[in-house]
Design a protein around this ligand. Structure first.
Ligand code: ASP
Length: 294
């Protein structure tokens, strides 16, 4: 099987001065993920590595550099899913872990659960030997200033459609296994306790070796209501091309006036992506050739 990876760095009105940083970030992540696939690594290893790299990149709304919630804290959500056996793991509202996607993977692999939140997720992270950090380490000056401005102007998360750089990756490995990973800081100035689509299996992401895999981005409340990723994967299962499935999924969002985007990968290794925002950062590697689109 010919391995393939596609990653996204969020769908939103990426301003001209941030285009290069987004292009660079998704390109680097896709190439790192690809290297793992090329060396016969698993699709899961590949997507977790690609997403971790973007979590560590301040450009994106994931890991360090994420939006702050209404109380000025970074609250992170992440998830993973294996198309082989439909195994999934997710975490929500974590603020003491640098790479929540790694914690989501541990939930999948080391527990009998699918989703851990808040304090329980932190305790599990500690037990698994992940580095526990002070919440302030996730806050960058840029996001602190943005948060302060929003507070002053009284924006709601829906109005604050300024930056929605959730990150995601979908891969197919040489053994024909599909995997997907997703990570976000959610929406800006969100309510404490707000959880979006990212850790909701089927909405933020889905993978099924028999059909295909998908990773969403955009306004989480809308994505949840149309169960975006599973809808796209079901369309792949019905024989739609990866591109047609991505476009039809975004049509579902439009129906409820939602905004966002999605990346898709079918089981033969064809990629697709679509969005109804001004821009979406995407990179994919097929046959060792990297393509970047924004
Ligand atoms: N979907 C994410 C959320 O609502 C945000 C994003 O995609 O940037 O939490």
């Amino acid at each position: 099987m010919r391995p393939v990876i596609i990653v996204h760095g969020g769908a939103w009105a990426i301003p001209d001065d941030l285009v290069e940083a987004h292009k660079k970030g998704v390109r680097k992540a896709a190439l790192r993920g690809w290297r793992i696939l090329e060396e016969e690594g698993s699709a899961m290893d590949s997507v977790v590595e690609a997403v971790s790299i973007m979590e560590d990149d301040f450009t994106f709304d994931a890991g360090i550099g994420s939006f702050l919630n209404e109380e000025g804290r970074v609250d992170l959500d992440a998830s993973v899913m294996n198309g082989d056996g439909l195994k999934a793991g997710a975490v929500a509202s974590v603020y003491r872990v640098k790479n929540p996607v790694k914690l989501a993977r541990l939930v999948m692999e080391k527990t009998e659960h699918v989703l851990l939140v808040g304090e329980g997720a932190h305790r599990f992270a500690e037990k698994m030997g992940l580095e526990i950090i002070d919440p302030s380490e996730l806050v960058t000056e840029r996001e602190y200033l943005r948060w302060k401005e929003m507070k002053e102007k009284g924006y709601s998360p829906r109005q604050a459609f300024v930056k929605d750089s959730t990150v995601g990756a979908v891969a197919l490995d040489s053994k024909g296994r599909l995997a997907v990973a997703l990570s976000t800081g959610g929406t800006p100035n969100k309510m404490v306790g707000r959880v979006g689509d990212v850790p909701i299996i089927g909405s933020g992401l889905y993978a099924d070796n028999l059909k295909g895999a998908a990773a969403s981005t955009g306004h989480g409340e809308s994505i949840i209501r149309v169960v975006l990723a599973k809808s796209a994967v079901d369309m792949l299962g019905l024989g739609l091309s990866a591109q047609a499935a991505a476009e039809s999924a975004v049509d579902l969002l439009k129906r409820i006036d939602g905004y966002g985007g999605i990346i898709t990968l079918n089981r033969r290794g064809n990629v697709g992506y679509a969005y109804n925002t001004p821009r979406m950062a995407v990179a994919y590697v097929v046959n060792g050739e990297v393509e970047v689109s924004i």
